[in-house]
Design a protein around this ligand. Sequence first.
Ligand code: NOJ
Length: 563
Amino acid sequence: MNKAAVISPDMKWWQKTIAYEIYVKSFKDSDGNGTGDLNGITSELDHLKELGVGAVWLTPCYVSPQADNGYDIADYYNIDPAYGTMEDMERLIAEAKKRDIRIVMDLVFNHTSNENEWFKESRQSRDGEKSDWYIWADPKEDGSAPTNWRSIFGGSAWEYDETRGQYYLHTFLPEQPDLNWANPEVRKALQDVAKFWADKGVGGFRMDAITYIKKPETFEDGKPDAGDGMVGIHSMTANTSGILDYLHEFKSAVQEGTDIFTVGEANGVSASDLGQWVGKDGVFDMVFEFGLTGIDLPDETNWCETREWTLFDFKSFFDDSLAAADAAEGWFPVFLENHDQPRSVDHFMPGEGDRIARAKALAALLLTMRGTPFIMQGEELGYVNVNWPSIDDYEDISTKNHYEFAIGEGYSEEEAMEGVHRFSRDSSRTPMQWSASENAGFTTGTPWLPVYPDYSVFNRDLELDDPDSVLSFYRELADLRNKHTELIDGKYQVMIPENEDIYAYSRDNGSKKAVILINFTDKDVSYDPGLIKDAECILSTVSDEAAGVLHPYGAAIYEMNSH
Ligand code: NOJ
C-alpha cells in the first residue's frame, strides 16, 4: 500500500498538472466544414480529463487570414469564424473549468497579420499615428532590401511597400510583419490584449517566437551562410540585449497578482541563459528550449543536413536544462513534439522497431521527467510522421519553402523529399484520429489536411478499449503521477550516465524515490539490478520485463524508499 501522497505545498497548480497542446484546426470539427473548432474541443474535454490534463494550450484561434494557420493574427479580440464565436470560447473556458482544466492562449506578439488594422494603418504613411508600430527601413542605395537577412521561412526577411517607399521586416512570412516593441504604445497595446484574455479566465499564455521581439539598434548585413547570399535572421536578431526589459514590463503589467502561468517559445535560449528567463527573477514561468528538437538538425534552414547524435546528447539536454532551471528556482516544460516538430517516435527512436513500444518508451519519459509535461495531440495515440510522396501533397508553407531552398542549393529531389519526410510540420498537424469511421471521426466534411491512413488501427476509440495501447499507457502514467507523487515533485538525478543504450534517472522527494529506466535501442539490454535493489516495479511496458533486463524500447518504473 502506498502512503498517502503529499505534494510539496509550495508547488503551483501548473507545476503539478499535465499540459496538452491542441492544434485547433485539426482536433475536432463540430460543424462539418473540414476544420476543427472550439465546440469540437468542448465536446472532447473528457478525453483530456481522463489523461490527467489540467492545462490546454490552444494554437491561435483569433481572426486570421490563415497564411500561417492562425499565427498571422488580424484581430486579437475576436475568434475566427471558422473556429466559432466568442460565446463558444467562453463556453469552452467554463466547461473546461468544471473539469479543473484551464485554457492557455497562444499570444503571437512578435508579429501580426498584414491584414491587421494596425498594419493597414502603419503602411499608409510615414507620419501617421501608427507609422512606427512596425519595423520600417529605407532601401539600400540600389533600391534593394535594407539587409541580406533571410526570413525563417525562406526568402528575404524584407518586403517592399509601394506607398511608403520602404521595406518592412518579417521574421516569418511577408504576411507576418514584425511589430516594433521599441514603441511603448505597441507594448501597451499588447499588454491590453493579454489582460483581455486574462479577464476571460484563461490559465496561461504561450508566448510565440518571443526571442525575436527586440531588434538591434542598427540593421547591418551579415556574413552569408548559404548560396543565396543571405544570412538567417535568427543569428542577427534573436535574443538582442535589452529584450528582458520588455518582458519584465509585460510580466508586471499582466501577470502579477494572478495565478496565470507563462511559457515562452524561446528559440535560441540554451541552458546557460535559463536563469534570466525563468524562475523567481525571470520573465516567464517556463520556456520551451529547442536543444532537444534540434539534436539531429545543425541548421534549421537546411533540412537536408543532419547531425549524428547519441543518447549522451539526449541525456545532456535534460541534465543541463534541469540543473539550470533548478538553480534559478525555475521550472521546466517537458516536450518531445509540438505542431512545428516531427513526431517524436520517428525523431528520437527512428527505425523499424515496434512502434507501440517506442511510443510507450517516450511516454514514460515525458510523464516522469521533472517539469510540466506537454503532450501534443495525437502523441498519446502513438502517431508517426506522414510520408507523402510529393511536395504537392504538403500543405505547410514552411515545408514548401524548405523544399525550394534545398532544390535551390543543389540537393536532388530525393534528398529534398527526405528532409521533408523527416521535418515537415504537417506530420504533427494531421487530423486527430477519434475512431475507425470515415475521416477518423474528425469531420463529416472534407478534412483540410488528409487524415493519416493508419487511423483504422490507431484511433482513440480502439485504443481506449485496448489495455496494451499507447493511449492506455498514457492514462496509466497520468494515474501513476498522482499516486506516486515523487514523479511530480521529486528531484531529478541521472543514473548510469555512461550507459549508451539506457536512459536511467531517479526522482526523489525525500520520502520516495522512483527509478525510471528506458531502453533506447531495438535489442535487449541489461543493467545492474543493484540500481533497483529493494524497489517495487510500479509500471513497465511489457509484462515479462525481468529485473536487470530491458526489452527493445522497454521502459520500467520502480519505486523505493528514499535513503
Ligand atoms: C512559432 C509557431 O509555433 C509556428 O507555428 C509559427 O509558424 C511561427 N512561430 C510564427 O508565428
